[in-house]
Design a protein around this ligand. Structure first.
Ligand SMILES: Cc1cc2nc3c(=O)[nH]c(=O)nc-3n(C[C@H](O)[C@H](O)[C@H](O)COP(=O)(O)O)c2cc1C
Length: 239
């Protein structure tokens, strides 16, 4: 594919076909992503790649965490606290999710993105059940046959996050180039214990986020193309 076509065609995919991705293809994409730059070439990341049965089991275990936690959210306050402690569904990821609202400028964009997605799906704003069901799909990787979890070494502080982000983008572009789809998923950083059940994560490495990988399904949700910033909103004017 032409580079600009790859750049413009990459979009977050939220419905995958169940066609498996051959191991040689996964390896090929990872090798391409390894061309990425990193701070002093430290490459301070490790990946846990779940396929086949591991991917299915992991998806069910993460979904169960989400379902428990979502049920707790709907309980009255005193019960909520007790259930949260006893349910085993408290987030145990390494980086805590942003609780509550984002800073106003970003909260506005976050809301617009969510509303745009639900509009494409025909989900009414007040339909909490449908929104919850859509959110739940994150945890089975939107049906993708491959889920990749990114771990970084915290000793490299912020550069590790930048490096992992660049690696992820390379991987997403490489996948797009081969006709595959991806969705980077912060949601996959909320619970770590299910991943530890399936992989021996090297000591000290922290779970950053995950990524779904597979062949896009012919589904409406995959047509969603949220707006990007206007250049004026991106650039800081000179004094
Ligand atoms: C770090 C990061 C975390 C994300 N987490 C999620 C997620 O948990 N679930 C999801 O559906 N999309 C997630 N996304 C996808 C964004 O919503 C998406 O990139 C954004 O809306 C722009 O759309 P595009 O990727 O199609 O250009 C994430 C993207 C990034 C970069």
């Amino acid at each position: 594919m032409d580079f600009l076509d790859v750049l413009h065609n990459r979009r977050s995919i939220r419905a995958f076909s169940d066609k498996p991705v051959a191991q040689e293809i996964i390896d090929g994409l990872l090798l391409e992503a390894l061309e990425s730059p990193s701070s002093s070439n430290t490459q301070p990341y490790k990946l846990a790649v779940a396929t086949g049965d591991t991917c299915k089991k992991l998806g069910q275990q993460l979904l169960s965490k989400y379902q428990k936690s979502s049920k707790i959210q709907r309980q009255p306050l005193p019960l909520k606290v007790v259930s949260a402690i006893t349910s085993g569904a408290l987030p145990d990821g390494d980086y805590k999710p942003i609780l509550g609202k984002y800073p106003p400028e970003f909260q506005k964009r976050r809301l617009a993105t969510g509303i745009g997605l639900y509009d494409v799906l025909g989900i009414e704003r007040g339909d909490k059940k449908a929104r919850d069901d859509q959110m739940a799909k994150n945890f089975t990787f939107f049906g993708a046959p491959v889920a990749i979890f990114f771990f970084i070494h915290p000793g490299m502080t912020f550069t590790a996050m930048v490096d992992a982000g660049i690696f992820m983008q390379s991987l997403m572009l490489a996948a797009t180039n081969k006709g595959l789809g991806t969705c980077p998923q912060g949601a996959l950083g909320i619970w770590r214990s299910p991943i530890d059940k399936h992989f021996n994560i090297p000591k000290g490495y922290k779970l950053l986020c995950g990524l779904a990988l597979g062949y896009p399904a012919d589904a409406k949700v995959n047509s969603y193309r949220p707006d990007k910033l206007a250049l004026n909103d991106l650039l800081i004017p000179v004094k």
